[in-house]
Design a binder for this molecule. Structure first.
Ligand SMILES: Nc1nc2c(ncn2[C@@H]2O[C@H](COP(=O)(O)OP(=O)(O)OP(=O)(O)O)[C@@H](O)[C@H]2O)c(=O)[nH]1
Ligand SMILES: [Mg+2]
Length: 430
């Protein structure tokens, strides 16, 4: 997407003995790359807690200033979220532009957002991030478009970069404006969701850490069980490839149908504002009948990634949706796949047998209110036969003198609807 050469940056992080420090720094590198930047040097300081004024200690800040001058690098990316004054002081002390982890993630999202809703959501998060940081420094500037309701975000490198310092009131007004627009979009989304609920199709949402393979799984499922005209979703080996929710209908050979959604991935320390701003996008997960947590099984940090996913789900209020866990990318490990133990699957999105096992598991979880029954449908009710052929799993059909005898597996609601044609014993639970 970004054709301009990567901006060289220095990454810095405070090691206060947290177990996840190395992982967080490695992830910061990946985030930096995702933002079309490249790490030329990494500086760490072991300190029990950040210096309230400058994040790093004074001596270390001087060291940083020297590195900045020697390397000719003008941007430093910090592993933590900083206070406005820490950003200001570090910029003064190092003569470099300071981007904290939150700012970095916001920039990536701004560059990736495609749909109007995603753009507005990112914009809202950015405005909220900017509000307390007004007047902090010239480099924390807002793109002039920010208030106009459709702009991409605040990274607009090079020519045309706006120097506008928005007043607090202007930002607040923009926040209200964006909120209003989002509300309108959300109402439309709500309507669509309500419509789908009326359709009574169960829904399954793919969730998990960014780059785990959610979109790849979605595509594999859609390719086999989707409608022909369904488009593939975007897949790329980069963080936050997907920001928009896609929903596709899957139809299995036994006529059972479900709705599958793919949405934004998570990352550790995902900014709270961003999570809140994406709440409506993530509502697909909250309203699902089943969550499929996708985990990159080949990643040594998968435990931490799962913990982050579960924490983020809690933040958006998704606490009581049943979940299965898919350890994906097994082809990159020495594990035997596909394999299943209870609600946990080890598989590869690139393998047909894996997709079969996933489908089997999903079906077990969501189609529990199906019944199997025998019907005898009189010839003058041919529309019922047609309906069952289209909507149910017809196990056998026999044309008899008095009508069409069918043995059918169907949703409880349809069974109730056609109960008058049931001929034999009570329905058996599926
Ligand atoms: N080898 C292997 N690679 C996979 C597998 N599944 C996904 N990938 C690769 O992993 C990368 C990320 O896949 P995506 O499907 O975009 O991941 P995602 O979870 O949708 O990521 P975000 O949209 O960023 O949240 C791509 O390069 C995929 O080709 C798998 O089972 N095996
Ligand atoms: Mg994706």
């Amino acid at each position: 997407m970004d054709e301009t050469p990567a901006t060289p940056v220095i990454t810095i992080g405070l090691n206060s003995g947290q177990a996840t420090f190395d992982y967080a720094m490695a992830e910061l590198d990946a985030l930096v790359e995702a933002n079309n930047m490249t790490v030329v040097e990494q500086v760490q300081q072991a300190l029990s807690k950040p210096n309230p004024g400058t994040y790093f200690g004074t001596g270390k800040v001087e060291e940083l200033a020297t590195i900045v001058a020697d390397d000719g690098v003008d941007t430093i990316v910090v592993n933590d979220e900083l206070t406005p004054s820490q950003i200001r002081n570090l910029e003064a002390g190092t003569k470099a532009r300071i981007i904290d982890r939150t700012g970095l993630i916001l920039e990536i999202f701004a560059n990736r957002a495609q749909s109007r809703e995603a753009k507005l959501q990112v914009q809202l998060a950015m405005l909220q991030y900017q509000l307390p940081r007004l007047h902090t420094s010239a480099s924390q500037r807002l793109d002039q478009q920010t208030g106009s309701g459709g702009g991409g975000g605040f990274t607009n490198r090079g020519a045309g970069e706006s120097q506008t310092e928005m007043s607090r009131r202007t930002i607040q007004r923009s926040i209200n404006h964006v909120n209003h627009e989002l509300k309108e979009i959300n109402q439309a989304a709500e309507t669509q969701r309500a419509q789908r609920e009326r359709n009574q199709l169960p829904s399954v949402a793919l969730v998990g850490y960014t780059n785990a393979g959610k979109s790849t799984l979605m595509n594999a499922l859609v390719q086999r069980f989707g409608k022909n005209e369904d488009k593939q979703v975007f897949v790329k080996n980069m963080l936050f490839a997907t920001l928009d929710t896609s929903v596709r209908q899957l139809i299995f050979p036994d006529q059972k149908k479900l709705l599958l959604s793919d949405t934004v991935g998570f990352v550790s320390q995902l900014p709270t504002n961003l999570v809140k701003a994406f709440r409506s996008t993530l509502a697909e997960a909250a309203n699902a009948d089943l969550l499929v947590q996708v985990v990159d099984y080949a990643d040594v940090n998968r435990e931490a990634m799962m913990a982050t996913t579960e924490k983020t789900l809690q933040e958006i209020g998704v606490t009581d949706v049943p979940m299965i866990t898919v350890f994906n990318k097994a082809d990159l490990t020495s594990a035997t796949y596909p394999s299943r133990a209870g609600d946990q699957l080890i598989l590869s999105a690139k393998d047909d047998a894996s997709i079969d096992m996933l489908v089997q598991t999903m079906k077990e979880k969501v189609f529990h209110n199906y019944v199997t029954a025998n019907f005898l449908i009189p010839f003058d009710a041919g529309d019922v036969v047609a309906y069952l052929n289209d909507h149910a799993n017809v196990l056998s059909t026999d044309y008899q003198a008095t009508g069409t005898a069918m043995r059918v597996e169907l949703p409880q609601a349809d069974f109730n609807r056609f109960r008058q044609y049931v001929v034999t014993d009570a329905p058996s639970e599926d």
